[in-house]
Each structure stands twice: as C-alpha cells, then as structure tokens.
Design a protein around this ligand. Structure first.
Ligand code: GDP
Length: 456
C-alpha cells in the first residue's frame, strides 16, 4: 500500500509531537529528508529501534528529532512504519508533515492506520472499534472493557460461537447429502439442540449490553429536590469522592450540561448539574417544571429531601414526579435533629430505595453506590469475568443473529426442507461475520473508521 503520513499527537503545544508514516516505502520517503547521526542502510536498520538525527530541508535543519522504526510485519499496521518525534510545537510538526507529503507520502485519512491494521488482518473489526473506545473512555471501567475487547476477548467468544454454527452446518449437510439414509429425524433433533445452545450464548451476550451501555454511556442521572434540600452539597460530595470527572460537555438540549462521575466505579452521567450548581435562582424560579423535564429524561432519579423539616408542598410535588420511576429517595441532613424518617409512608409507597445521608459530613454516601449497583445489576465481579458488549452495532447484529436462530428452529419444527434451514443458519454466520468484519460491506467499514481521529 502507498505511504501515508499524519500527525498523531493532539493539536497544541506539547513536549513532543509525533508524525507517523506507514507503507512499504516509508523508509525511502524518510531517507530523503532525515539525516541520522549514524547513517545505516535501510536494510540494516532493526525494527523497534530509535535513531537520533535531523530533519533537513533545502540543506537547513528543520528540527532535531528521534525516529522510531517498526519493520513489517511487526508494527501497528503490519507495514513498515516510522514515527518522527519532534519538538512539540504546532509549526514544526506541521512543517515536518508537509515535508513527508512533499517527498511522496499522502495524507492519512482519519483512522487509516487502524484501518490498515484491520485490512492487513492484524486485528478484526471489533478490535479496531475498541481502539476508538479506549481513546474516548470516560471511566476506568470503560477503558478496561475496551482494552479487553482490543485483546480479542469478545472476538474469541464470537469465533467460538461461529465454530459451533459451522458444526451445526456439518450436520445439516449430512441431511442434505444423504437424504436416502433417513437420518433427518435424528439430525434435526441434534441440530435443534445445538441451535438452542447457540441461542443461549447469544442471548447472554445480548443481555450484557445492559451493563455495556451503562459502562459506555453512564447512567443518566438527575438529582432533584426543592431549593436548599442539599442538591449541590450532594453533588459536591460525590465530586469530592471522585475527582476524575473526565468530560464535561453540552447535553442534548442547549440548557443542560452533562457531567460524568463515578460512584463506586459506576459511571453516572449527571444531567443538568450546572443548573443545580450555578443557576440556583433560575432553578428556584422554574423549579418544578424543570424537575419534571429532567426526570422525564433520566434512567435514574436521586430525589433529595431535607429530613430536618416537615415535607412541604414542593416536596409532595417532587414525590409525585418520581412515582413509578427508577428512584432513590435520599433523606439529607442526617446530622441535624430528624423530623422525617425512612419508614414514612410518603416514601415507602414510592420505592424501597430510601437512604439517610448527610451531604455535609459524608455519612451514608457509600450507600448510594451500593443501591445503584443493585438497581442496575451492576455487579463488579461479573464485569471482570464476563464478556461484555458495549457497542450498539454489535448488539444489533447479535439480536439479528438470535432472530435467525429462532427462524431456523421454527423451520425445523415446521418440518421445512433442510436447505431452507441451512439458509437461516448461514444468515446467523453472516450476522456474526459482520461483527468481526469478514462479511461487512465497504460502506460500513468506511463509516466506522471515519469516526476515528486523525493519526490513529
Ligand atoms: P440545594 O439548593 O438543594 O442545592 O441545597 P444546597 O446544597 O445549596 O444546601 C442548602 C443548605 O443546606 C446549605 O447551607 C448547605 O450547607 C446545607 N446542607 C446541605 N446538606 C447538608 C447536610 O447534610 N447537613 C447540614 N447540616 N446542612 C446541609
């Protein structure tokens, strides 16, 4: 393949910047403008080695650099690759990229290095997609899951299921090839059982998406309560426990901000925390209407009440908003003289998830994490051992595959001809092949890689 080049470090000023090239002839391109301190013939340079030298243009030194060499097939793309480590200024790094392009490299498209790793067979599509997930990880849990996916844990699982289906097809072929032996009844039974087994495995994977979605997107959580109940204090205590807020970006509507936090390793995407923290007057003004709106959108509502005071009209309105919702009732200010308690029917009638806390001194905060864990079946131990689907594309393909298993099973039960059964079984294989990338169209491949950043 032709030589591609790209800046692989983020734009801006940094200690170093990296320009990367990949392609059979990339060392020849490099040779035209890199003057190493100890020059060696290209053939003699070892893979995984680094050379010190200068980038030269028109007989002038552009920068002092280190170049890492990776020789095919032992590189990210499996092609010859080099990485030029420059001093990390915008200007110098752009200049070096330009020099690469002038000397025969073409500018890489977003994700093209990873796409080459996929097209050259080093990783499958699923692993390639996990690279984006690692880069975009917002929590350690998400990163861990993505790294596991890159290692091929999910790929192996899919491969194993595919092998089972191939075994089923062998049985089907026996029926097709030797109809005179009347083996159909026996094999149909056997095929049916094997399909059941595959279905169970696929359904487990499909189900894992419940956790996978949470890992990737966080539980969309709203904290609601009347003014002075302690919303901001609760939020601040959560943030204090977990200083690693990874992203803060605009939510789906213009006036909401979404923020990621982790409670006991469970990622929460808090809705409208800016509203809670900064626009207090605003919230007071539009109070209940706003709470209703936020609650409508949330996977989880934390409804907070001041337990040192009698319930007010606003509290009752909030209770009304959260009934029939996924809610945790938090009775805040446990450090003060208590007026409300967990056994109060106003709360018990709505949910069993009622806790007392003090946002002020942190008492009871840990209970929030364990309740969420329970509510969302988010069990840490399982997460470490299980293979988890986090990508909607994969989930949809697995659902399709399950559909085709059902069709094949129905066809058997309806005594359909065996070649019809074979068609459905082949469809299952195709669905799974689309996950790992063997049976996927170029359009989809291009779409997947277009989501990558430049230089990856
Ligand atoms: P918000 O309007 O719901 O965001 O409420 P704030 O978090 O701003 O809290 C309102 C007042 O209650 C502040 O003066 C807080 O210091 C106080 N407060 C919040 N939580 C507690 C608590 O657990 N105990 C006590 N004693 N005071 C609290």
């Amino acid at each position: 393949m032709n030589v591609i080049a790209s800046i692989s470090t983020a734009p801006g000023i940094g200690g170093i910047g990296i320009v990367r090239m990949s392609g059979k002839d990339c060392f020849n391109v490099l040779d035209k403008f890199f003057r190493p301190k100890n020059k060696q013939k290209i053939e003699d340079i070892k893979g995984y080695s680094i050379k010190y030298g200068f980038i030269i243009e028109n007989n002038e030194i552009v920068d002092e650099v280190l170049v890492s060499y990776f020789k095919a097939p032992k590189s990210y793309t499996t092609e010859n690759m080099c990485e030029i480590n420059t001093h990390g200024g915008n200007l110098v790094i752009r200049k070096i990229l330009d020099i690469c392009l002038k000397n025969g490299a073409t500018l890489a498209e977003p994700g093209e290095f990873t796409k080459r790793a996929f097209l050259n067979g080093r990783i499958d599509l699923l692993q390639a997609e996990s690279v984006v997930d690692i880069i975009n990880s917002k929590s350690e849990r998400e990163m861990k899951t993505s790294v596991k996916q890159l290692e091929g844990v999910l790929s192996k699982k899919i491969k194993d299921i595919k092998q089972e289906i191939l075994d089923i097809l062998v049985n089907v072929d026996v029926s097709i090839d030797y109809p005179e032996y009347d083996v159909e009844d026996v094999t149909n039974n056997e095929i049916f059982n094997m399909l059941n087994n595959v279905q169970m495995k696929l359904e487990n994977l499909e189900k894992s998406f419940d956790s996978g979605k949470i890992i990737k997107e966080g539980i969309k959580t709203a904290i609601i309560g009347k003014p002075n109940a302690g919303k901001s204090s609760l939020l601040n205590s959560i943030l204090k426990e977990d200083r690693a807020i990874v992203t803060e970006y605009e939510g789906t509507t213009r006036d909401t901000i979404e923020e990621f936090v982790n409670i006991n390793g469970i990622p929460l995407k808090l809705i409208d925390t800016a509203g809670i923290r900064d626009a207090k007057d605003e919230v007071e003004k539009i109070g209940i209407i706003k709470s209703k709106e936020i609650a409508k959108d949330a996977d989880l509502i934390i409804a907070i009440f001041d337990s040192s005071k009698e319930l007010t009209k606003e509290d009752y309105e909030i209770l009304d908003i959260v009934k029939n919702k996924n809610v945790i009732i938090v009775l805040n200010k446990s450090d003060l003289k208590q007026v409300l308690d967990e056994k109060d029917n106003n709360f018990v009638n709505i949910t069993e998830n009622i806790i007392k806390i003090s946002a002020l001194n942190g008492e009871g905060l840990d209970k929030i994490g364990s309740i969420i864990s329970k509510m969302f079946n988010f069990n840490e131990i399982n997460l470490d051992n299980e293979v988890i689907i986090t990508n909607l594309r994969h989930k949809n393909l697995i659902s399709n595959a399950i559909n085709n298993v059902t069709k094949a099973k129905n066809a058997i039960q309806d005594n359909m001809p065996v070649d019809i059964i074979a068609i459905f079984i082949n469809d299952i294989l195709e669905d799974l092949g689309k996950i790992t990338g063997e049976t996927v169209t170029d359009d989809i491949i291009n779409e997947i890689f277009s989501k990558f950043c430049l230089g990856k």
